[in-house]
Design a protein around this ligand. Sequence first.
Ligand SMILES: C[S@@+](CC[C@H](N)C(=O)[O-])C[C@H]1O[C@@H](n2cnc3c(N)ncnc32)[C@H](O)[C@@H]1O
Length: 161
Amino acid sequence: MLFQGSQDAMQRAALAPLGRYMFGRDPAAMSLLEVAAGTGRFHTFIKDNYPAMATTCSDLSPYYLAEARENMEYFDEFNSVVEPGRRLAPTRFVQAAAEALPFPDGTFDVVMNVYLFHGARAGRLQAGPPALAPLMPAAPPSQQRCRRTRAPRRRRRWRAC
Ligand SMILES: C[S@@+](CC[C@H](N)C(=O)[O-])C[C@H]1O[C@@H](n2cnc3c(N)ncnc32)[C@H](O)[C@@H]1O
């Protein structure tokens, strides 16, 4: 599916949990980190929806990161044409491995990733998304559901007919 033209739509699906988390919050007072942002396409979607939010784009590869920076510059220009007067908050670009992010705990309100953990080899990134959780401040219990990245698995019961 991913390689048959649905990448954008699949990435956009990640805006839904973000939207639920952002509901009632002031984007200008929030900060977001996207880990392993690749060429930064999804990052432009984030910026398009939350232009006032200061964001950080990280990736292991300096080449991808350079591409992400270029894409954001392009999006900034595009934005100034189609939405004159709408200013984009700054985006930082940081080259870093997801296993060793150079940010103190609690730095970001939101940490996101699309398409990294599926490719993690055994023993690397094995803690998965929960390893990124300390970068965000502890959420009160009422919000903790929004931070869960994966629904608990349901056991399937097979019945003999
Ligand atoms: C499949 S691409 C996804 C890129 C982007 N998130 C997207 O949805 O288009 C995987 C990205 O993860 C980056 N990457 C791979 N291993 C990484 C690691 N250990 N830490 C940080 N980034 C990593 C790669 O450089 C690449 O940009």
